[in-house]
Write a protein that binds this ligand. Structure first.
Ligand SMILES: [Zn+2]
Length: 330
C-alpha cells in the first residue's frame, strides 16, 4: 500500500551519517543507501548496478573525504535486489566485508534460491504463464547484480552488536518482509536503521518466503511481521532511517496506522471470498488488484496470502486440503 505518510516526518540525520537515494528499475522507486562515514566505514544497502547508482555512492564518499577503498563493510538489511545487488561490486572493489542476517545468506549467494519462489506460488494457484514471467524477472535482476564472494560474508543474529560508523548498534532480526531482515538500533541517540521493516508511506509487503518444513511450503510472513511490531514500539526511536521514502519518528502512530490498514484489507479480502464462494490466493489477488501485472502479481499474491493467514487465525476462513488449497468463508 502506498499512501501519504503514516507518521510524522523528520529532516535531520545523525552526525556521520550520509543519505543517498539510489535509482532502481522497480515501481517502489529509489532505495535509500546510508554511508556511515566514521570507522569502520560502512555502507548500508548499496542498491543495484543500475543507472548511475555506483557513481552516486562514489561521489558521496568522495565528498566526505573517503575513497571507495576506505569502505570496511557493506551492511545488507535484507536480501531483496533493490538493496543488495551492488553489494558484491562494492565489497570486491573495497575489499570489504559483507554483513547480513544469517537467514538471508541463500538469497545473496544462490541465484537459484529466488527461483524456489516460483515453486511456492504454484501451490497458490498462479498459472504457469505467470510463473514464467517471474522466472524472467529474476533472470533480469541477475544482470543488475554482482556476485557476492561467500568468503566476505559475516552473518548477524538477533541480539548481536555491530560496530559501524563509530557507533555500536543493536542488531534486530525480525522476519516479515524478509525472513532474516536486519534493523540496527543505536540506543544512545535512539536512531533506528529500519531497512524495509518500517517505512513512512508504505506498508511493507509480507513477501512470500518458501519454507519446505511447513505444510503450506511457506512462512506466515504477515503474522510474523505483525508480531514483531511491539519490539519496535518498545525501542521508541527518536529517528527512523528507512530503506525507502522519508525519515520519520513516532513508531506507535505508524504501527497503529499499519494495523488499521491490515484489518481493513483482511475485511476486504473476506468480502471477496464470500462473493466468490471459494478461491485460490491467485484468484483473490486478481479480484483485489485487477490491474497489476508482471512481477507485481507476486507481490499481490503475497499481500493476499498474508491476510488469508490472519483470517484463518481469526477463525473466519477454512482452507481445503491438496496441493492448491481453496479458501472459503466459515
Ligand atoms: Zn526495498
Amino acid at each position: 500500500m502506498t499512501s501519504a505518510s503514516l507518521a510524522p516526518l523528520v529532516d535531520q540525520l545523525p552526525d556521520g551519517v550520509v543519505h543517498v537515494a539510489l535509482p532502481t528499475p522497480f515501481p517502489v522507486g529509489p532505495v535509500n543507501c546510508y554511508l556511515l562515514v566514521d570507522d569502520p566505514v560502512t555502507v548500508v544497502d548499496p542498491g543495484m548496478l543500475w543507472a548511475d547508482s555506483t557513481q552516486i555512492i562514489e561521489a558521496a564518499l568522495t565528498a566526505r573525504g573517503h575513497a571507495i577503498g576506505d569502505v570496511d563493510q557493506v551492511l545488507i538489511t535484507h536480501g531483496h535486489p533493490d538493496h543488495f545487488a551492488a553489494a558484491g561490486w562494492l565489497a570486491d572493489t573495497a575489499e570489504a566485508a559483507v554483513v547480513c542476517g544469517r537467514a538471508e545468506v541463500p538469497k545473496l549467494t544462490q541465484a537459484t534460491d529466488r527461483l524456489s519462489m516460483v515453486d511456492t506460488v504454484d501451490r497458490l494457484g498462479v498459472p504457469t504463464s505467470m510463473r514464467d514471467t517471474f522466472r524472467a524477472f529474476y533472470e533480469g535482476v541477475q544482470k543488475l547484480s554482482h556476485p557476492i564472494d561467500p568468503s566476505r560474508l559475516r552473518v548477524l543474529d538477533d541480539g548481536d552488536t555491530l560496530t559501524a560508523g563509530g557507533r555500536d548498534w543493536q542488531v534486530h532480526v525480525t522476519p516479515g518482509h524478509s525472513v532474516g531482515h536486519v534493523s540496527l538500533y543505536e540506543p544512545g541517540e535512539r536512531v533506528l536503521l529500519s531497512g524495509d521493516h518500517l517505512l513512512a508511506c508504505i506498508t511493507p509487503n509480507p513477501v512470500l518466503e518458501p519454507d519446505p518444513d511447513t505444510v503450506e511450503g511457506r512462512r506466515r510472513s504477515l503474522v510474523e511481521y505483525l508480531a514483531s511490531l511491539e519490539r519496535f514500539i518498545r525501542l521508541d526511536p527518536l529517528l527512523v532511517l528507512p530503506g525507502h521514502g522519508p525519515r520519520f519518528q513516532d513508531v506507535p502512530t505508524l504501527t497503529e496506522a499499519m494495523r488499521h490498514h491490515h484489518d481493513s484489507r483482511a475485511d476486504e479480502i473476506l468480502a471477496i471470498v464470500r462473493r466468490l464462494g471459494d478461491a485460490t490466493p491467485y484468484e483473490l489477488s486478481c479480484e483485489l488488484f485487477p490491474h497489476i501485472k508482471d512481477f507485481s502479481v507476486m507481490l499481490g499474491v503475497s499481500e493476499v496470502v498474508g491476510h488469508l493467514d490472519l483470517l484463518e487465525d481469526a477463525g473466519k476462513l477454512s482452507r481445503s486440503d491438496g496441493r492448491q488449497p481453496r479458501y472459503a468463508a466459515k
